[in-house]
Design a protein around this ligand. Sequence first.
Ligand code: NDP
Ligand code: 2IT
Length: 444
Amino acid sequence: MDLNGFMADVEARSPGEPEFHQAVREFAEKVLPIANADARYADARVLERMVEPDRVIMFRVVWESDAGEIQVNRGYRVQFNNAIGPYKGGLRFDPSVNLSILKFLGFEQTFKNSLTTLPMGGAKGGSDFDPKGRSDEEVMRFCQSFMTGLYRYIGKDVDVPAGDIGVGAREVGYLFGQFKRIQNEWSGTLTGKGVSFGGSPLRTEATGYGCVYFAREILARVDGGLEGRTCVISGSGNVAQYTAEKLVELGARVVTLSDRQGFVHDPEGVTLEKVRWVEELKTSRHGTLEEYPRIWGGTFHAGAAPWSVPCDVAFPCATQNELDADDARRLLANGCRLVCEGANMPVTYEASKVLEAARVAHAPGKAANAGGVAISGLEMSQNAMRMSWTREEVDQRLRRIMRQIHEHCVEQGYVDDGWVDYVRGANVAGFLKVAEAMLALGIV
Ligand code: NDP
Ligand code: 2IT
């Protein structure tokens, strides 16, 4: 089976899904040599089965705005693969949400979850609902209606949703409240819950912290630590905030953050106090970073991304395809030595080829941002045991998991002493675990 033939089939079966095609191509390119070399995989058509979701659920979500107007949105859950554990993955509320985006996210989630070493399958869901500018009451009514459409398809041993873009602690609280009300059941069916009602310590911080731990492992292998490194971050939501916080704690210099309006350049460096302010701005006031320079100095660049700012390490932490080939060339020209993905598929296919050709370390999201879902997995364990671990215990487990993911990536992605292909490492390691489970489970 060759890549072009395989991709032609995938594209013909799922027309008009460019993000899904991109995610499958990036994966298949690295994995096909392994899948072709082992007759067990080829004969059982493991790769062809992996790119077909187990099922896709779509439903109407109707709710009433504060003004009394009836609103119609669409809800989705893509249950991609449950070979190694119950379906697991976040929910995204954003006007851009469509089937292509959720299929790419569910597909990648399957391999990310397998890399964590915890027993979780892959899924993703969400809605084209835009929480921006909506009151708390509107968000609550939307979440309740969304859950009324979703509840029959999920459960602690079936499918466990969590947050993603536009879905944070507030939304998970409303979703969990409605699930509990309808099912008359308190169970760990959602993760990312508040710590007061069964959430795990450190789940909020886990994706960002884990991403920084992963970057630290990479740098430790080649040329020292994070201390003193200049870091450029995109986004200013959950992942970006805690990536920035951990970097500052470890002595790195964070000089940018961004949102949909543009990016802020703070040459003096973001401090913990500034990160707290950004957190409050984004989670309580739902404001924009345009306010930042008035209070903290630096400059705001409307409508632009931060990749032209010179750095040692770039952390794209906003959304898919936010860093293109020109951006990658700019980063390289300015001496960037590592691109570490906090977001899912933030680097375009062409940009990832630019990084590969330059043999620059490129940590793909399915490895680098796996800390979030890993702590979701630990939240499921704690809920099942009816107990909770301390912040320190969870942090230790997070560090260990990120270190193990790094080891597996090096094992499968080692090229020579000068370069590890982390994209290959993560994809091949993820593939092998899911493929072995699928073979063992027979033709299903
Ligand atoms: P949030 O909603 O908390 O934050 C998203 C941030 O990205 C915001 O600053 C937002 O800007 C910005 N953003 C979103 N869309 C765009 C866009 N089209 N153009 C420019 N900026 C944009 O989401 P998260 O931080 O949770 O998620 C960020 C990324 O990390 C996503 O790719 C997600 O899939 C991934 N991820 C999240 C995990 C988690 O645990 N939350 C785990 C693993 C990966 P604004 O502030 O203006 O809205
Ligand atoms: O992309 C992701 O890994 C997430 N949004 C987190 C999923 C989860 O179940 O915690």
